[in-house]
Ligand binder design. Structure first.
Ligand SMILES: Nc1ncnc2c1ncn2[C@@H]1O[C@H](COP(=O)(O)OP(=O)(O)O)[C@@H](O)[C@H]1O
Ligand SMILES: [Mg+2]
Length: 198
């Protein structure tokens, strides 16, 4: 669960901007939210704060009960790694890693065993219909295929494969409520994440 209480963000440059002014927001587990507003209205700023990429000037942000204000940068990095899936507007895939390696990397950082990482990464890429591109580099993919790799990487965490096997459904199906994974739906569900210019 994500909860924001009176969150403000001020940019104190030569010209001060109040990008967010006392925002209250609660997003429950399983809820899908689109953030809509004109350019410059603070969408990216809000996503950067929720994703722990930046800190608010005032107010409290909690991710699954953890108050982000109370933790140091190392702990914040851990929360980003374990709780947040980003799909950046320009995908931010690592150019020298294959599709499989790009999806696997955050799982390596979490310390998963190699066999589990391999299974999960292949499963995720299969869900976005990229089984036939596992060894390709990002530059060898179309824009849509790159985006699907980024989606697979962002969806790495939910839910645990063991629990999925127990109820006979993939996480993707479970989230979407049908059995035909459509990467466009996943992208809509996840938003496009922090970016520089959207
Ligand atoms: N790093 C920054 N330094 C100074 N001002 C910023 C910075 N980032 C954003 N802003 C200001 O905050 C406002 C909201 O920006 P942003 O969240 O990127 O808007 P959106 O994503 O909705 O288009 C902008 O009008 C901009 O002037
Ligand atoms: Mg933006």
């Amino acid at each position: 669960m994500i909860s924001l209480s009176s969150v403000s963000k001020r940019f104190d440059g030569k010209r001060q901007v109040i990008a967010l002014d006392a925002v209250d927001l609660q997003i429950d587990k399983g809820e899908m939210v689109s953030l809509v507003g004109p350019s410059g209205s603070g969408k990216s700023t809000l996503l950067n704060l929720i994703g722990g990429l930046d800190r608010p000037s005032e107010g409290d942000i909690r991710i699954d009960g953890t108050l982000l204000r109370g933790i140091n940068d190392d702990e914040l990095t851990r929360i980003r790694r374990d709780k947040i899936g980003f799909i950046f507007q320009f995908f931010n895939l690592l150019p020298t890693l294959s599709c499989l390696e790009n999806v696997a990397l955050p799982l390596h950082l979490r310390g998963w065993p190699a066999a589990k990482i391999n299974d999960r990464s292949r499963e995720l890429l299969s869900l976005v219909k990229l089984d036939n591109r596992l060894e390709h580099l990002p530059e060898e993919l179309s824009g849509g295929e790159r985006q699907r790799v980024a989606i697979a990487r962002a969806f790495r965490l939910s839910p645990d494969p063991a629990s999925r096997r127990a109820n006979g459904q993939s996480g993707f199906e479970h989230r979407r409520g049908d059995s035909d994974p459509d990467p466009r739906a996943a992208r809509t569900a996840a938003g496009h994440g922090p970016d520089r210019d959207a």
